[in-house]
Design a protein around this ligand. Structure first.
Ligand code: ZN
Ligand code: ZN
Length: 295
């Protein structure tokens, strides 16, 4: 209602306000005239206030004891667009509170009694080019909230607590409890299963195999492939003949064409399961190539 009114001219506004009043006597004309003047004045002040050099003058002129007496302070502020400095302060204060809380909540979530870093092949999460090491919560978010409330100096709502959680700290999903289903991990699993069947390795659990090629799965450098002592570490194997012929599955992406509902044909990439063949030595190389791309 107010928005629709503000687009109108002072004359139209007045007409709209008065449209339900019948008659055309002189007192109605007086009301009309006063209202038109009111809207014209507001409009003029608003236009003046828009210029930077006028801001102080205009607010000085319109804010005073009369306006206060008639309790029209917030009305005149919103009509002319004058910012409320005390409200700005409050917002600023709220901003710093949130900032401080964010630091506290981040520290809390990253503590080793509340979350742990992942030991899978994909230990990182990236959001807006910010690459972080993924951590998994050790308890339900409800329990962690209750615990935080008991420890925290200031009150915090559950919603704020949840909103301030760092994006790299995640709840375990059903998938993560089992295995990662990304392309890299699935390809690793295809190779691991074949190696396991040929009794080359003792397990096809990728998480366990990852721990064999790093000094310490809790060390960020090792997991990111930046540690010189484990950069080229290999999994424990039992190999009799490197030339044994092997074949394994691998996901590849292929360019394909897809027809959309509106008849448009677009090029898309589609994953395709392919079969690869090669010697055991070659397979081991491929396997380690993929395993070393940790993150
Ligand atoms: Zn993965
Ligand atoms: Zn290392």
């Amino acid at each position: 209602m107010k928005d629709a009114l503000s687009k109108d001219s002072p004359k139209t506004k007045t007409k709209k306000v008065l449209r339900h009043l019948a008659g055309n006597n002189s007192s109605l004309n007086k009301v009309r005239r006063s209202l038109e003047f009111h809207y014209a004045l507001i409009k003029q002040l608003r236009l003046k206030y828009k210029l930077k050099e006028n801001k102080k003058k205009v607010s000085h002129a319109v804010i005073g004891s009369v306006i206060r007496k008639y309790k029209a302070l917030s009305y005149i502020r919103s009509e002319i667009g004058i910012r409320n400095p005390s409200k700005d302060d409050r917002m600023k204060k709220k901003g710093t509170t949130i900032k401080r809380m964010r630091v506290d909540v981040h520290q809390y979530f990253e503590r080793d009694d509340n979350s742990r870093i992942t030991t899978g092949v994909c230990p990182t999460v990236t959001k807006l080019e910010d690459k972080r090491q993924k951590r998994l919560l050790l308890d339900t978010i409800e329990n962690l909230y209750e615990k935080y409330r008991r420890e925290a100096k200031e009150a915090i709502s559950f919603t704020t607590f949840w909103r301030l959680k760092p994006f790299w700290v995640k709840q375990k999903t059903e998938k993560e409890r089992e295995t990662c289903l990304c392309k890299t991990c699935e390809n690793l699993t295809f190779m691991a299963i074949v190696l396991y069947k040929h009794k080359v390795i003792k397990t096809f659990n990728i998480e366990v195999l990852v721990t064999q090629v790093v000094c310490n799965p809790n060390n960020k450098d090792c997991m990111f492939g930046n540690c010189s002592s484990c950069k080229e570490k290999q999994v424990e194997t039992n190999i009799e003949d490197f030339n044994t012929e092997m074949s394994w599955n691998r996901w590849k992406t292929e360019k394909g064409k897809r027809t959309f509902k509106n008849g448009e044909i677009k090029e898309v990439t589609v994953p395709k399961k392919t079969q690869e063949n090669g010697s055991l030595g070659h397979l081991m190389d491929r396997f380690h190539d993929d395993l070393w791309i940790k993150g």
